[in-house]
Structures are given as structure tokens and as C-alpha cells.
Design a protein around this ligand. Structure first.
Ligand code: TYM
Length: 334
């Protein structure tokens, strides 16, 4: 808690063009907390460099991710929007928490195992300790609630374990955060391989619908989505493709799965896929428009970054001075 409001924190890596998974599982849900909570939404560029990035692209995507936050409805006056590397306490607390995170715990992280398999020539220490930096992001702001997709659940549980461990050794220092995983959009699957999650780094462009794809591209990708050989538009085991498309449709329309199944009963797969594609493209049209306007005003984005970093810095510093004292660091007196 800072001031009279509880805290919400979440982050998105600027490591690729964001997908409708990022949108439905996370960003779209962020705005709902702005009135009741002090909300921090961070562009986690330090996490992104655990996988090799092109520096110019990383810089561009950092601006783009910030612009997308705003285009998706996050008002910078009501939410603290900032870039992780602008607030050095993330790295500082990340190191300290590394010393309270066990090798065995980090070894069990499924994301580490997946990413090491995908980047076999660059299994760096940062990739391994990624979850303790993520814990630092969250704990630095005394966060109560972390809205994320299902794939971040394991990292979040580790953040809770680290907070509890630290509190047990040194007395109450950190709020122990809870995850907020929405029921519907928490796991959007690949359009080409619907037992895998949709991932922004998927090399198969047809598998991934990006928030900023053109209407034509979105519809084309949905038309090519993998389905199955029977012809029923229902959610069922063995029908992961159709189940995923129905889920995407209900997320964008706020209809129940039963309503959607009734609506499409008897329709052929081709028409169904077209309808889902059009719904998705139309729902994102205003985001794309707003995004284009924001990207044309770099000075505005920079002012948001500066204001966000200043606000985050103030509160991060408070937690750090407590942590530094607890672990036994000396105070520098001028
Ligand atoms: P990242 O950048 O991979 O994803 C950003 C958010 O999008 C969600 N997400 C999905 N949700 C549903 N379906 C999908 N297919 C899908 N793909 C991604 C993710 O769950 C996430 O909420 N480690 C984090 C970034 C991070 C963070 C944090 C998050 C760093 N520090 C502190 C919360 C709190 C990540 O890689 O997200």
C-alpha cells in the first residue's frame, strides 16, 4: 500500500509485436483497476534482453509497447506507465532477491526450460534468474494484485515464496502479492498449433494474430486457422482449434460460450472463421488508430515515460531503503 490505495503491478516485454494473447490475457484487463488501485504498468525491457535483441528494434518496441498501453485505454493520468530500466531499483532489488532464491526453484521454471530449448546457444544467467527480477518488479511497489495470463502463474508463485521467505527472516517487509488471472482470455492458443499458447516470438506468422495487424491480415490468419475434420462448432476435447476460436470470439464480444455455440450452430467452418476474424479485426480497429496517432508524437510518449519513471522511482526508493536496512547494508552519509 502506498498512500491510501492498494497497488496493482504488471509488465509486458517489448520483445516482439504484441499479440491478441497479450491483449486478452493481460493489457485489456489492466484498465479496470485504475479507480480503486494505484496501478503500475511497466515495459520490462530488462527482461527482454535475456534473449538477444537488436538494440534499435528494442528501443522502437519499447516506445510501441508504451503507446499500446495507452491505445488500449490506459490513461497515463490514472496509471503509472513506465519503462523498467528507467528505475534502477529494479536491478538493485533483483540482485538482492537473487540471494534469496534457490537454484532448485529457478531450475523448475517451465519458461526457463522452454526458452533454454529455443535459445540453446544463449542460455545466459539472466534467463535463469529472470523470475527473481520479476519478483523484484512486483515486490518493489508493495503490490497486492498482479493481472497476468496463465503462463505467468508459476513465476508469480515463486515471487510469493520469495516474499514470504524474506519476511520470515527479517520481519514484515513485502506485501505478498496475489495473481489476478481472468477466466476467459488467460490462455489464447496458437492458430496453427492450438495445444501451444500463442506467443509473440512464434516464427510462424500464421499462428499469431498481432494487435496491430491490418484487418486483411487478421482475417487471412483466422481463415487459415487449424480446425478439425468434423463440422461442429462446439468446445470439446480433441477440438482445440475450434475451442480456441470460440474462446477468442467470446472474449471480444463478451458473449457466453453457450451463446456463441448457439449462434454458430449449423454454420460451416469457413464462415465461422471469417466471422471470428472480422469480430477481432473490428474490435481492434480503434486501438490501431489510436496507436498510429501516439507513435507520431514521440515527445508525448517521452513525457509519459518521464512522469511514470519519476512516480515509480519515489515509491521504489521507499521499499529499497527498508530492504537495505534489513539486510544490513550501511547507510551512505554525506
Ligand atoms: P509477456 O511479455 O510474455 O506477456 C505479457 C502478458 O501477456 C500474457 N500472455 C498471454 N495471455 C493469454 N494468452 C496468451 N497466449 C498469452 N501470451 C502472453 C502474459 O501472461 C503476460 O501477462 N514475465 C512477464 C513480464 C513481466 C511481468 C513482471 C508480469 C515481467 N515482470 C511483473 C507481471 C508482473 C512476461 O514475459 O510477459
Amino acid at each position: 500500500m502506498f498512500g491510501d490505495k492498494k497497488v496493482v503491478f504488471s509488465g509486458v516485454q517489448p520483445s516482439g509485436n504484441l499479440t491478441i494473447g497479450n491483449y486478452l490475457g493481460a493489457i485489456r484487463n489492466f484498465g479496470a483497476f485504475s479507480e480503486q488501485y494505484h496501478c503500475y504498468y511497466c515495459v520490462v525491457d530488462m527482461h527482454a534482453i535475456t534473449v538477444r535483441q537488436n538494440p534499435a528494434e528494442l528501443r522502437r518496441r519499447t516506445y510501441e509497447t508504451l503507446a499500446l498501453y495507452i491505445a488500449c485505454g490506459l490513461d497515463p493520468q490514472k496509471n503509472t506507465l513506465f519503462v523498467q530500466s528507467h528505475v534502477p531499483q529494479h536491478a538493485e532489488l533483483g540482485w538482492i532477491l537473487d540471494c534469496y532464491t534457490m537454484f532448485g526453484e529457478l531450475s523448475r521454471m517451465t519458461q526457463f526450460k522452454d526458452k533454454s530449448a529455443k535459445n540453446a546457444d544463449n542460455i545466459n544467467a539472466g534467463l535463469f534468474t529472470y523470475p527473481s527480477l520479476m519478483a523484484a518488479d512486483i515486490l518493489l511497489y508493495q503490490t497486492e494484485l498482479v493481472p497476468v495470463g496463465v503462463d505467468q502463474k508459476q513465476h508469480l508463485e515463486l515471487a510469493r515464496d520469495i516474499a514470504n521467505r524474506f519476511n520470515q527472516i527479517y520481519g514484515e517487509t513485502f506485501v505478498v502479492p496475489d495473481g489476478y488471472i481472468s477466466k476467459d482470455g488467460a490462455k489464447i492458443m496458437s492458430l496453427q498449433d492450438p495445444i501451444k499458447k500463442m506467443s509473440k516470438s512464434d516464427p510462424n506468422e500464421n499462428a499469431v494474430v498481432r494487435i496491430l495487424d491490418s484487418k486483411d491480415d487478421i482475417i487471412r490468419k483466422f481463415k487459415r486457422a487449424v480446425t478439425d475434420s468434423d463440422n461442429k462448432i462446439v468446445r470439446a476435447e480433441g477440438k482445440e482449434g475450434i475451442t480456441n476460436l470460440l474462446n477468442i470470439y467470446t472474449c471480444f464480444t463478451n458473449k457466453t460460450p453457450e451463446e456463441a455455440e448457439r449462434e454458430f450452430a449449423g454454420m460451416g467452418y469457413g464462415d465461422f472463421k471469417l466471422a471470428v476474424g472480422e469480430t477481432c479485426a473490428d474490435a481492434l480497429a480503434s486501438v490501431r488508430e489510436e496507436f498510429a496517432k501516439l507513435m507520431a508524437d514521440k515527445a508525448y510518449l517521452e513525457s509519459v515515460m518521464a512522469q511514470g519513471a519519476q512516480d515509480a522511482y519515489k515509491n521504489a526508493r521507499r521499499t529499497m531503503s527498508k530492504v537495505r536496512r534489513k539486510v544490513g547494508f550501511t547507510e551512505l552519509k554525506f
